[in-house]
Design a protein around this ligand. Structure first.
Ligand code: ZN
Length: 474
């Protein structure tokens, strides 16, 4: 797509469907041409400090976004392009963000719709600012046949026809049993974007090797839940000071790191890619750093809860904080934030794992592992940006370009021609996490009852407002 100013000069501007005026933007402006003199002056006067922390100011500028045919037409300093649109939105006071992508959710359909279904999960994603979701295969039945994949895609189209978009992940082994490879070619042809045994780690390294080779032949990436099943029997609690005080069974961080080591060694040996799910500890970070330095094709994700919560959450035997891998120590949290800022850990994912209240409101030992994450992910991680812990560009990379690049998903970088998937975020709106404010069917999060800052005021997917109401036209 040519630049709007060039098109203007050539007198062949396409019809503009949507203009979003005066949003606060912290990123670069690409491909929008040179602003007019008037526009440059407007942009200069619009420069303002939007965030400040630890003496640092993150400078933002006010911008206008123009959308034509569902695609970004231009992102330009506010007032610099004198273009009229069929619909105009006043975004003053709101932060502009590209929509997020989450490569790791559990939507529970088919089979456990009382926890979540595809429509309710996509609803939580839409309100949470997500454009793309990759859903894990541990449904009932398991997503190990084309018919399950096709059913998931159909439910997504029916529930949210304009998005968020759903991209199923196929099972790596039949029934996730870790004994026989799933029919990956069939799953890929049906629309699966990656393969994973998430929920049931593959302990047999020979089988895992064959799975990696087979997936790679199909151009698919294996996502591994790294956990040695002998060292880490689904304990959901970190082995350390808190677990010994409570007298609960627990798993050491090496249970994860040992599998990370196996996976990166296999990826190097076989020269195939691997993606590591929900990394939770410093030891894994060190191994990923080592592997990347050796040129291994490895990417890794971590989750908002590993960046913001510690094992202390479980100190009162609170099963809401029971998650696999478990919440770790403050030192692990700090190492993960630094690794994400640096890009050693490439991306964020929620590992959204909804469970019903009656399942979680039992003794710690008996409760299932998992945190419902889609509703709170954006607010929780934006707080790290606001606090100066995570640079804005790392935040955007972790939630958009890194996951979309790795798994070939649509991404908005605000370059002309990109899908017009973006969020208008009210970063100062305070809200309390509760059954009323969460959109997921399941409210299992240690954040329940806590106050967060920042809510999605409006969400546009392919230029269409899927969540709104808090913004007005001009
Ligand atoms: Zn997992």
């Amino acid at each position: 797509m040519t630049l709007p100013t060039q098109q203007l000069e050539a007198g062949k501007m396409p019809k503009i469907d949507l203009a979003v005026r005066g949003a606060l933007w912290f990123g670069p402006i690409k491909g929008s041409g040179k602003p007019s003199e008037k526009g440059a002056a407007a942009a200069k006067s619009a420069l303002k400090g939007g965030l400040s922390a630890r003496g640092q100011q993150l400078k933002g500028q006010l911008v206008d976004v123009f959308v034509a045919k569902g695609k970004i037409m231009a992102l330009a300093p506010a007032g610099s392009l004198d273009l009229r649109a069929a619909k105009e939105i006043d975004a003053s006071g709101l932060v502009l963000l590209p929509s997020l992508t989450d490569v790791h959710v559990h939507l529970r359909e088919p089979g456990q719709e009382y926890k979540e279904d595809i429509a309710s999960g996509l609803g939580a994603a839409a309100h949470g600012g997500f454009a793309n979701l990759m859903c894990m295969a541990n449904t009932r039945p398991v997503n190990d046949t084309a018919s399950v994949t096709e059913f998931m895609l159909e439910q997504a189209r029916k529930g949210w026809p304009h998005g968020p978009r759903l991209f199923p992940i196929g099972a790596l082994t039949k029934g996730l049993k870790g004994q026989e490879l799933a029919p990956m070619a069939e799953l890929a042809a049906a629309g699966c974007k990656a393969m994973s045994n998430d929920g049931r780690p593959v302990e047999n390294s020979e089988l895992f090797r064959r799975a990696m080779e087979y997936a790679s032949d199909l151009g698919m990436i294996v996502i591994d839940h790294c956990e040695d099943p002998y060292l880490a029997p689904a304990a959901g609690m970190n082995e350390g000071e808190v677990s010994s005080r409570l007298g609960l069974p627990a798993q050491p961080d090496v249970a994860e790191a040992i599998q990370v080591a196996r996976d990166v060694l296999l990826a190097e040996y076989l020269n195939v890619p691997v993606h590591l799910a929900h990394i939770s500890c410093e030891k894994s970070v060190a191994l990923i750093r080592f592997a990347k330095a050796r040129g291994v094709d490895v990417t890794a994700e971590t989750c908002p809860h590993y960046l913001t919560l510690t094992e202390d959450e479980a100190a009162g035997y609170s099963a809401a904080a029971k998650v696999s891998p478990p919440l770790r120590t403050r030192a692990d949290v700090d190492a993960l934030i630094d690794a994400l800022a640096e890009g050693v850990v490439d991306m964020l994912a929620t590992d959204h794992a909804p469970h019903a209240a009656h399942e979680k409101e039992v003794e710690f030992d008996a409760a299932p592992c998992g945190i419902s994450g889609l509703d709170t992910a954006l607010s929780a991680t934006w707080e790290l940006v606001r606090a100066g812990r995570l640079p804005f560009d790392a935040f955007v990379r972790a939630w958009t370009t890194a996951p979309c690049g790795r798994f070939a998903l649509p991404v908005n970088t605000f370059a002309p021609g990109d899908p017009a998937d973006f969020v208008l975020f009210d970063q100062d709106a305070a809200w309390t996490v509760s059954a009323q404010t969460m959109h997921s069917k399941s409210k299992n999060t240690p954040l329940l009852g806590r106050s967060l800052r920042g809510r999605v005021a409006a969400h546009f997917l392919a230029g269409k407002m899927v969540i709104g109401g808090l913004v007005s036209g001009v």
